[in-house]
Write a protein of this length. Structure first.
Ligand code: 6R9
Length: 631
């Protein structure tokens, strides 16, 4: 199923549009099913109701593990690279991984988990995280992985939203020279989580933790009580596989739901093609499994294709900004898939960290998470790929399950900062504000997708109406991505960024409303407005305008208090980079904050504020500009 020439891409693309069911039916033959489907696709975008491979039965872990055992059991599946380079890396072959997954699946059962139960996973980037994820899938439980940077309150909200019965965590995590007390955070979260019955704790950093009788058990003790034989649960193609929470433009994060069959086919197909993965090669995705990139391109995609992946616990700059290059050299990495924010950060250290590093193993480079600027693209291309490794700039989203618009390595001619062309099966469309299609080339508009693909979300957990409103109601009969996009004269796509109130900070999606709600929880704050502004390394920084009328103490300390509140409510990743105290916000007569104006001020471009005549009090703008100058 691997595309090897541009001509073949064009043919496959054509076929996928003219006869999607036949196309995906054939792709799906490359996977192992317990029972075949009776219908490849039925769908409507009104409800929405999307079903792929109806009637088919499978277990995704049989595709990721069991089916490789006969021929590739001794092949490395995961090479774990610890935070501390002095520590030994650990290799898990497919056989070992299979054994650990089965054993831990039995631990889950022993602790009361069964098919359909929701299980929250809050863990460091260790092999046991992948094992926990796969063990859930093995028994048909639904995992909800939460990134290790989220706060107790964020965790509690997510656990309660999906009524998780079990939590899997570790005592702590290493991140560079920092230690994060994961179990402490979980303890705080669980105070408000009545549905959680059991918490399984992995020993990792071996920091003291409290273990509550009747609720908390150690991973290491539990695995001793079970064997490593665990028949995989038979799942329907449309049974839920996992929930992953992501931020939107309004309110609290929503639980994006992916199902077993379509997601598996899409993650596997896109992994194999986009990276042109060849058996025996070493693939290194630097994302965290807590994000969709880790789900699809560390766990399910690569393992379904029998690939060898590096799983890295640490950060790019620890113990030095050479760390990625050391890992590439040490494990002879052939494919490096990372984020523009990491590239820009490493770029800022100049070329010294690259001196003497052997990067000759690199064959394919990948970028994901946010638009990659041309400077970073060229640096990646020249310094890391030595102008020999194609860069795949992969555009996709938590909701899409897998890569949507991207070059296919060695096949699609690349162009700096362009995600280039849609993958087979993906039908992008640009629309104007009214939902009218913008045809032709050399145009830009809002990016929508007009036909279903197997990896797309099916619902948002517990609130189907919200799924409909967020993605399928803005424009009739289309999935709306929330991104703006340009299609150039060659028909190449370039994603220009979010057109809604979602920020992208270091490749992490954060809703402005979420940050505002957190700031507003701080005593003394009357109101706030948050916008993004261009940031050299993070892509976007967070700029908060805050009304805090009765400032008695130190202004800087008050700012820090506000940041602390945001850290408590959401997590450190949502901390504003700038906080500006103002006496009022620019509002229309109907009371809406004019973010357009605040964005301009945050960007430092106050020469063209546009029409301010609809403002209730235009004087407030002058005041804010004045205050911003002094910040
Ligand atoms: C996979 C992932 C999705 C949002 C998406 C877009 C931005 C992702 C991009 C990109 C430009 C790329 N985005 N990849 N923008 N070029 N190659 O990141 O999922 O965390 O849900 O974020 O990220 O704005 O809408 P997610």
């Amino acid at each position: 199923m691997q595309i090897t020439s541009f001509k073949q891409y064009e043919e496959d693309y054509k076929k996928s549009v003219e006869n999607p069911e036949q196309f995906w039916g054939e792709v799906a033959q490359n996977f192992q099913w317990r029972k075949p489907w009776f219908k490849v696709l039925s769908w409507n975008f009104e409800e929405p109701n999307i079903k792929w491979f109806e009637g088919a039965k499978l277990n995704i872990t049989e595709n990721c593990l069991d089916r490789h055992l006969a021929t590739n059991g001794d092949k490395p599946a995961i090479i774990w690279e610890p935070n501390n380079p002095e520590e030994e890396s650990v290799t898990y072959t497919y056989k070992m991984l299979h054994e650990r997954v089965c054993r831990f699946a039995n631990v889950l059962k022993r602790n009361g988990a069964k098919k359909g139960d929701r299980i929250c996973i809050y863990m460091p980037m260790v092999p046991e995280l992948a094992i926990a994820v796969l063990a859930c899938a093995r028994i048909g439980a639904v995992h909800s992985v939460i990134f290790g940077g989220f706060s107790a309150k964020s965790i509690a909200d997510r656990i309660n939203d999906s009524q998780c019965k079990l939590v899997i965590t570790a005592d702590g995590a290493y991140r560079g020279n920092k230690q994060i007390p994961l179990k402490d955070v979980i303890d705080d979260a669980l105070i408000g989580c009545p549905t959680v019955e059991k918490c399984i704790v992995l020993t990792h950093v071996r920091t003291p933790v409290s273990m509550l009788k009747g609720r908390d058990v150690w991973w290491e003790d539990e695995v001793k009580h079970v064997n490593d034989i665990c028949e995989a649960e038979e799942m329907d193609a449309e049974d839920m596989l996992f929930i992953l929470y992501t931020s939107g433009s309004t309110g609290k994060p929503k639980g994006v739901v992916h199902t077993c069959g379509g997601y598996m086919v899409y993650a596997g197909y896109t992994f194999s093609n986009v990276f042109n993965y060849k058996p025996g090669e070493v693939y290194f995705c630097t994302a965290d499994i807590g994000w969709i990139t880790g789900h699809s391109y560390i766990v399910y995609g690569p393992l379904s294709q029998g690939a060898t992946s590096v799983l890295f616990e640490g950060v790019p700059t620890y113990p030095s900004p050479s760390r990625f290059w050391d890992i590439v050299e040490k494990h002879k990495v052939n494919t490096l898939y990372t984020a523009p924010t990491a590239i820009r950060s490493l770029m800022s250290f100049g070329e010294d960290p690259l001196k003497g590093k052997d990067l000759s193993s690199i064959r394919v480079l990948g970028s994901v998470g946010e638009p990659i600027n041309e400077e970073a693209w060229h640096w990646f291309d020249e310094k890391i790929g030595h102008s020999k490794a194609p860069i795949v700039d992969t555009w996709w989203q938590t909701e899409t399950g897998g890569i949507m618009i991207s070059p296919i390595a060695t096949v699609t001619p690349t162009k700096p900062s362009y995600a280039t062309l849609p993958l087979p099966g993906i039908q992008p469309i640009l629309v104007d504000e009214n939902g009218t299609e913008i045809t032709g080339n050399g145009v830009s508009g809002n990016l929508c997708i007009k036909f279903p693909w197997p990896g797309m979300l099916r619902t948002t957990y517990g609130d189907h109406e919200r799924c409909k409103q967020t993605y399928f109601a803005t424009y009739e009969n289309m999935y709306f991505t929330g991104d703006g996009c340009l299609r150039d004269e060659d028909g190449y796509y370039r994603i220009t960024g979010r057109v809604d109130d979602v920020l992208n900070v270091s490749g992490h999606r954060i809703g402005t409303a979420e940050v505002e709600n957190a700031i507003n929880m701080h005593a003394g704050v009357v109101e706030s407005a948050v916008v993004g502004y261009p940031h050299d390394v993070k892509g976007q920084g967070i700029y908060a305008f805050v009304i805090y009328p009765e400032m008695h103490g130190d202004v800087d300390l008050t700012k820090k208090d506000i940041l602390q509140t945001v850290t408590r409510v959401i997590g450190a990743i949502a901390k504003p980079d700038k906080v500006l105290f103002v006496t009022g916000l620019p509002k229309t007569r109907s009371g809406k904050i004019m973010r357009r104006i605040l964005r301009k001020i945050a960007e430092g471009d106050t020469s063209s504020l546009g029409d301010t005549s609809t403002l209730l009090d235009p004087a407030v703008v002058e005041e804010i500009i004045e205050a911003a100058r002094k910040l």
